[in-house]
Design a protein around this ligand. Structure first.
Ligand code: UDX
Length: 458
């Protein structure tokens, strides 16, 4: 996955290596990967975060989160000497570009985005930014934030500019998505300042631009909206197929075949039409809510009322899963032993933010079931956030004497379980496929009762 730096040199505007000095503020999923990826492109990068343990781990080439390929990238770039990490924002002084990569979680008790970390990052940068520097926002923010920050930066440091450059990385594919994005979006100030900012971003992303990656040059508001619109579209697509799953449950139709059949139409496409327990994670749920909240503030709430329904459909899937578990357990969950395979919000991640799997596991336990949860990567995080649940190291351990097994996150190792061998550890061969990820025929042939969302009982 390494980038050929010779190509970068020859791609430079005047034949010299045009590496840049960069700071990245916020070293979470987005920032840490961005910092290492920018060093991999040949730049000199300092990653800054207030969390000392995170910085200590990154300095030792240990990833503070599970992300395939990231530790290798980290080790490789740290070894070049081009990448360092610090808790002191003063270290960002001297950089020409300052990327803001902090989180924008949902506000407590409200739908809107909590901008306190973005604001703190911008404030802290004001002390180190010099005239001619470019501050680049990558965090997902409510529309209007960039214009406000541009005024703040330009007001305090005349000659310093701001651009908005949203990031579309998917967890589990963060390294690939950062080094090989499918598009670049630059939200720029007007006029000559915009041209300067564009040139600086093109220099940073030189190998990516040279590859012919589509580039959208636009204003701040559009750039901010691209991100929330993209995530809203993806959430809508998932909830659309899950609404179809509800209808399939009422009619006896099969949602997987339906998705395949409509997905062949390339105007629709099969991607993001996997029916199941629905979306979770640190982005889709909070982004659609923050988008609705912002539309309300702008007096355009009607435009996004459909997203409330998207959210409702998504949440109903979790309730349906609990009902289905009760059904296969003979009408009551009391004292029933249930194995939950998967805790992360999706496979190849240890992220449990708004995880549908843990939400279902907790509801089952509250309703009297004896629940054991397992996950290849997310048990440690889950134990911290959901200490009342019981955890197991392996699927076999979780499923020992279980009355039902629920597959709630479709890790490869769960999809490849051998239903014959696995059948020997459980008390009752009942499997609920919350992600439509198992092969129904193989499981039923091994004597299991197979139930899934949006499909007939097998
Ligand atoms: C998402 C966007 O994809 C990414 O572009 C953006 O930058 C951040 O938010 P991510 O949260 O990593 O990325 O996960 P994604 O792969 O989009 O999955 C989101 C959720 O939808 C997961 O819980 C997943 O299980 C669920 N999902 C996805 C489905 O239920 N069905 C599908 O067909 C696809």
């Amino acid at each position: 996955m390494g980038i050929d730096h010779r190509a970068f040199v020859s791609g430079g505007r005047d034949g010299v290596e045009r590496f840049m000095r960069i700071s990245v503020v916020g070293c979470g999923y987005l920032g840490a990967v961005h910092a290492a990826a920018m060093a991999d492109l040949g730049h000199e990068v300092v990653g800054v975060d207030v969390d000392e343990s995170k910085i200590a781990a990154l300095r030792e080439a240990r990833a503070p989160f599970y992300e395939p390929g990231f530790e290798e990238l980290l080790a490789r770039t740290l070894a070049t000497g081009r990448l360092r990490f610090s808790t002191d924002v003063a270290e960002a002084a001297g950089a020409q570009l300052h990327f803001v990569c902090v989180g924008t979680p949902q506000k407590r008790g409200e739908n809107g985005a909590d901008l306190r970390y973005v604001e703190a990052a911008a404030e802290s940068l004001l002390g180190v930014v010099s005239p001619g520097d470019l501050v680049v926002g990558k965090s997902t923010v409510p529309v209007g934030t960039a214009a406000r920050l541009a005024e703040l930066v330009g007001g305090k440091v005349p000659g310093a500019l701001l651009a908005w450059n949203p990031e579309f990385l998917r967890e589990g594919f963060a390294v690939h998505d950062t080094l090989h994005p499918d598009r670049l979006v630059y939200g720029l100030p007007d006029g000559a300042d915009g041209a300067t900012a564009e040139r600086m971003l093109d220099e940073v992303y030189a190998p990516i631009v040279a590859r012919g990656t589509p580039k959208v040059i636009t204003d701040y508001a559009t750039a901010e909206m691209v991100k929330t619109a993209a995530n809203s579209f993806l959430a809508t697509k998932i909830s659309f197929i899950n609404a179809m799953a509800e209808l399939c449950e009422a009619t006896g139709a099969d949602v997987c075949q339906l998705a395949d059949a409509i997905g062949y139409d390339d105007r629709i496409g099969r991607k993001f039409l996997n029916a199941g327990l629905g979306f979770g994670g640190g982005c889709l749920p909070k982004d659609i809510r923050a988008f609705m909240a912002r539309a309300g503030e702008l007096g355009a709430d009607q435009a996004l009322t459909f997203l409330r329904e998207v959210d409702n459909i998504n949440m109903r899937r979790r309730i349906r899963m609990v009902e289905l578990a009760r059904e296969v357990c003979g009408g009551s969950l009391l004292g029933k032993r249930i194995a939950v395979l998967g805790a992360a919000f999706k496979p190849d991640s240890d992220d449990i933010r708004d995880s549908p799997a843990l939400n279902v596991a907790a509801q089952l336990q509250l309703q009297g079931a004896v629940v054991r949860v397992t996950d290849p990567a997310a048990v440690e995080n889950s134990r911290r956030e959901w200490p009342h649940l019981d955890y197991a190291a392996t699927p076999e351990e979780a499923a020992e004497r279980a009355d039902a097994v629920l597959l709630l996150t479709e890790w490869k190792q769960y999809r490849e379980l051998d239903p014959v061998a696995f059948g020997k550890v459980v008390a009752g061969k009942r499997v609920l496929d919350g992600r439509n990820a198992l092969d129904r025929e193989t499981w039923t042939a091994a004597g299991w009762t197979y139930r899934a969302l949006g499909r007939r009982a097998g």
